[in-house]
Design a protein around this ligand. Sequence first.
Ligand SMILES: Cc1ncc(COP(=O)(O)O)c(C=O)c1O
Length: 495
Amino acid sequence: MDLLIQLDRSAPLSLHQQLYEAIRQAILEGQLLPGQRLPSTRSLAHSLSVSRTTVTQSYEQLLSQGYLETMHGSGTYVCAQLPDFLGRSGPVNTAPPERSPVSLSPYGTRLQQTALIQQPEPATPISFRYGRPALDRFPLKLWRQLLVRHSRRSDWLDYASDLQGYLPLRQAIARYLARVRAVRCDPAQIVMTNGTQQAIALVLRLLIQPGDGIALEEPGYLSARRIFLSHGAALLPIPVDASGLVVEKLVATADATVRLVYVTPSHQFPTGSILSLARRLELLDWVQQSGAMILEDDYDSEYRYGDRPIPALQGLASSESVIYCGTFSKVLFPSLRLGYLVLPCSLVPLVTQAKWLSDRQLPLLDQMVLADFIAAGHLESHIRKMRSHYDHNRQTLVQALTQQFGQQVEVLGEQAGIHVMVRFHLPFSHDEILDRITQAGVGVMSAQPHYCQPNDRSEFIFGYGELTPAQIQEGIAGIAQALDAAHIDSLHKLS
Ligand SMILES: Cc1ncc(COP(=O)(O)O)c(C=O)c1O
């Protein structure tokens, strides 16, 4: 073998690995040809001044990977069956191939064009970030006990036989929804999902094709809108006022292409308004006539302060026109990834199939634990405790905002949920307000991305679930200082 092999004894790579790499490279570059004989381990070890074990190890690695072969009694050869391109047409480029543009499906192309991935929020000492419950108040000990109890069984290790989700969990949810949300459903209508996100995605996959219309609240839930766009839906934004979606506007503007209306009637996201009974009936009447479906997202209706919760839209509907979805992300914790769809009976087999095709099933152990948690009354007792905690936070936030900003602020949607929407009336642009707040070390979320139509409204979403009252006060005081609230308020009072 006329091959110059140089081994470096000071290199971090072992000698046998270096030898392996050198021979492999020689084969790939055509310096060693298919069928060519290699020196015996003894003679190669001698010429390289290494041990015979070193050479044997390298040969064995190359043999096991198919670069070399042995012929009984006659030595070691470069494999004769190497792919055609090796050793024939000169050196092979072994550098990692440059990424060639992958040809995408229409779905892939839409994802690429609409930059759907959310940017992480910058970390700040105090953050009114949206959507986080008070995780430090979660009854972890209780959850752990249930987890340990169920993990002693072994039936959760296998594939689930129940493709709609664990039956005792669906039974517990059906009872809970009937009692607390006046949803009319049988456990057979429930399909467990990986949160609301998967629930919406499954519904879209089954009902919507590119070009179909979806009416949605303006402003509305961005993550839902992203799913709609990824499916190529034509969006029809409908304004929202203090009584929720302006159904009159929907009736006046929707055409026959509108197949779905996505609404958050119990606590409109993000404005917090509640869809009035009159509008609920009007909406149900319209879908009855138009043949469109309603997708009702009931994401945080459990937290309602003052009056009784308004029953779900689904419970008012006389036909199969409402698909209801709920989640445990707010009432328990978001990484649980358990939500559910309550479906018209005709859609249950299809949604079940679509779900099975995409992810087979949800983890069974978590569903067993949750079923027990609900059936034993822990869910409702946790909600009761959290409601009073959130109520305290909510009052602290509203008070702090009004104290600091007087007439410069409007607080919307404080009657429910774990966030409010704040509208500032200040002599600064939206971007300047956001910059000043961020520089003061406080995190808030702009409401702008939740609008389909660009605007310069100074509206922000303030989540208050995970903060303490002291943090809320400190955060709002910091914002007020950054926005020079006292000075502006005094000017306002003078004028
Ligand atoms: C309007 C709305 N729906 C649903 C959810 C919950 O989504 P998931 O169940 O996928 O965590 C949220 C959470 O932020 C939300 O704001």
